[in-house]
Design a protein around this ligand. Structure first.
Ligand SMILES: NC(=O)c1ccc[n+]([C@@H]2O[C@H](COP(=O)([O-])OP(=O)(O)OC[C@H]3O[C@@H](n4cnc5c(N)ncnc54)[C@H](OP(=O)(O)O)[C@@H]3O)[C@@H](O)[C@H]2O)c1
Length: 323
């Protein structure tokens, strides 16, 4: 501290311990938040939300509102980059290489299945035997399945572009590649079997197909209704999270019983598609999707309980009264 009225603050890199910044005229009543702003002036790319200022590199960051005192010296700084699940340590993001814009990510992820499925549906050369190239299936259910699959992914693309209001703008490249492998790979596998010339329609014929189609469509409408309800929880550009409640739309009444009805409906759609096609890879895709969405729904449910003291107690994460 200088003899006059100012602090001298040294900011060290939390990893290398090298001096990053020396502030020689800091007001004695300055807060940690103000230190962050001063650091930001020297390093414009590291805005305050990307900084964690610590007394010890291994300890938690100091609250922005904390007043600077003599014991806060030197200060260690830990820098973060924005990612899909909040702020990531900067070195992790560098290691991951690039960050993709979230909207582009989803467009890539969802346009892939749409396109890949249609390659198999058209029976392009080199997929099945030569004599089957560009032929069409004699079974109505194959065409119905093609329609439902395309409908599902067109809906997701439209929702990504016009409905969802994401709070994170980017996703690490590694996650994008992993998701694309998952969606594209599974689509190729299930489309191969459904559109195969030797494919046999479901055991209980039209009755099974009609029941499945009804289930699929109801769940798609339900899923879309929930996405609209979630959209209406925040205004454009806002990142605020609120408790979602049922609206006048009866499809949203599932909010009475679960925290993530969009996942419940999504699983319902895939169950419908499995019954319709009676195809093992579709069943497996549904099962894996169900496990994945259950894990996410549990996480979101616990977050709601932690964040909102008045959170409705009847709700379960994904399956009413059960799970
Ligand atoms: N088949 C599969 O395996 C599978 C797997 C996962 C998802 N999906 C489909 O993809 C859809 C979207 O998935 P998701 O995981 O992104 O769903 P999500 O977490 O429920 O989010 C959907 C949108 O609503 C926003 N949101 C959620 N809760 C909110 C709240 N309390 N307040 C304000 N906004 C809120 C989200 O914003 P944030 O950006 O802040 O989260 C996001 O923009 C699912 O509903 C499902 O149809 C399919």
């Amino acid at each position: 501290m200088s003899r006059a009225t100012f602090f001298e603050v040294e900011i060290l890199d939390a990893k290398t311990k090298e001096q990053l910044c020396f502030l020689d005229k800091v007001e004695p009543n300055a807060t940690v938040g103000e230190i962050k702003s001063m650091f930001h002036k020297s390093y414009p790319q590291w805005y305050p939300a990307r900084q964690s200022i610590r007394l010890d590199p291994k300890r938690e960051g100091i609250e922005c509102s904390s007043l600077l005192t003599l014991k806060y010296h030197p200060l260690f700084i830990y820098l973060y980059s924005p990612g899909i699940s909040g702020m990531l340590p900067a070195e992790r993001i560098f290691w991951q290489g690039h960050v993709r814009r979230l909207v582009d990510v989803f467009l890539t992820e969802y346009a892939g299945p749409l396109f890949i499925y249609l390659l198999f549906y058209s029976r392009l050369p080199f997929i099945y035997e030569e004599k089957d190239e560009f032929t069409t299936s004699p079974h109505t259910v194959v065409h119905l399945a093609g329609f439902c699959h395309s409908f599902h992914y067109v809906k997701r693309l439209i929702e990504t572009l016009f409905v969802h209001r994401f709070s994170h703008g980017t996703m690490p490249l590694r996650n994008t590649v992993k998701n694309c492998f998952y969606y594209w790979g599974f689509t190729a596998w299930l489309a191969y079997f459904i559109n195969h010339p030797l494919y046999t329609p479901p055991l209980y014929g039209d009755q099974q197909v009609h029941l499945a189609l009804y289930t699929f469509l109801v769940c798609e409408i339900g899923n879309f209704s929930i996405h609209l309800a979630l959209r209406n929880l925040r205004s454009e550009g806002s990142k605020m999270r609120k408790i979602p409640y049922p609206t006048k739309n009866p499809f949203t009444w599932l909010f009475f019983f679960v925290s993530c009805p969009n996942y419940t409906y999504e699983v319902g759609s895939w169950i419908g598609f499995t019954i319709m096609t009676q195809c093992l890879p579709v069943g497996l895709f549904t099962l894996i999707g169900f496990f994945q969405m259950t894990v996410w729904a549990k996480g979101k449910h616990h977050m709601y309980l932690k964040e909102f003291k008045d959170y409705p107690t009847l709700r379960m994460p994904i399956i009413p009264f059960l799970l």
